[in-house]
Design a protein around this ligand. Sequence first.
Ligand SMILES: Cc1cc2nc3c(=O)[nH]c(=O)nc-3n(C[C@H](O)[C@H](O)[C@H](O)COP(=O)(O)O)c2cc1C
Ligand SMILES: Nc1ncnc2c1ncn2[C@@H]1O[C@H](COP(=O)(O)OP(=O)(O)OP(=O)(O)O)[C@@H](O)[C@H]1O
Length: 187
Amino acid sequence: MIFHNQVPNLTSCILVIGTFDGVHKGHQYLISEARKKAKKQNVPLVVYTFSLPPKVYFQKTIQLCSLEEKINRLKKLGVDQIIVAHFNETYMKKTKDEFIEELKKLQPLTIYIGSNFRFGAGRKGEILDLQRVFDVNVSEIQVSADGEAISSSRIRNLINLKQFLMAESLLGWTYEKGGLHDYEIRA
Ligand SMILES: Cc1cc2nc3c(=O)[nH]c(=O)nc-3n(C[C@H](O)[C@H](O)[C@H](O)COP(=O)(O)O)c2cc1C
Ligand SMILES: Nc1ncnc2c1ncn2[C@@H]1O[C@H](COP(=O)(O)OP(=O)(O)OP(=O)(O)O)[C@@H](O)[C@H]1O
């Protein structure tokens, strides 16, 4: 896997954007959909993520996995290239339009995101803003058997409540060791 700490100039790719703390089953679904498309189009699968989850930065929530472990998990899911933006005071001031300008350097054929995605300073960027410029695939939010959305926030709550088995079943990885246990990469 190729690692970038700055946005590179690419000629084509399938792009997935997000925080991906824990790389839970919802994330895994999104990435597996993007991976199928990248294979079909014969272009690299690129993930754009952040060094620190914005919620950990702003709300001091617990972090589901380290940056290193996140990269490991993304690698296992077949991601070809990863861009890690350093999430700090300067980065968070970037407007939605500046962020879009940055993404143009990647020349994505399609951007894959979930339907709750927001971006840019003050979270002002909406999916519609991306759709004006790029082809965007908006994925449905995956839910667990009880019908509740899978999210990093939900898993953080479960861990705070010491409900580790439930947390792990939504993560698809063991919480402590970071190993893959019940998730199979969909070809
Ligand atoms: C350039 C940029 C600036 C951001 N600034 C803020 C911010 O001011 N406040 C905030 O809560 N989140 C901010 N975020 C984080 C977004 O709200 C969001 O978490 C991020 O785009 C990833 O989406 P995801 O959380 O669905 O993975 C920013 C994101 C980007 C890309
Ligand atoms: N359950 C899900 N199903 C499909 N896509 C998802 C799901 N949860 C998040 N995504 C998408 O994955 C990307 C990364 O999302 P993000 O890291 O914010 O996850 P999250 O679980 O919503 O986190 P948090 O609860 O901390 O806000 C975004 O494009 C988001 O829309």
